[in-house]
Design a protein. Sequence first.
Length: 107
Amino acid sequence: MNKIIKGDQVVVIAGKNKGKQGQVVRVLGEKVVVQGVNTVKRHQKPNPMRGVEGGIVAKDMPLAISNVAIFNPETKKADRVGIKLVESEGKVKRIRVFKSNGAEIGA
């Protein structure tokens, strides 16, 4: 089970974007793309077949997953993620919890 998944609210804890918050758009193995963080400008060729206009576009680039931490809304700080085993209906399920207060992470 991945500790950070698509849709999580995260805080950047290292690098030039330290302190910025955003929502995870994509998880690419050991990298994550966070909305509005690590934005670069790229020159793009027009592609009339796809309906894409040319010009300079802003694009969110991936960050290393080790440079982000999940945001805990109760403490208003970055937090670590733990895995807890919960038994329900005879099956054992793994759920993600915040390390600081043990609350379940609802994504």
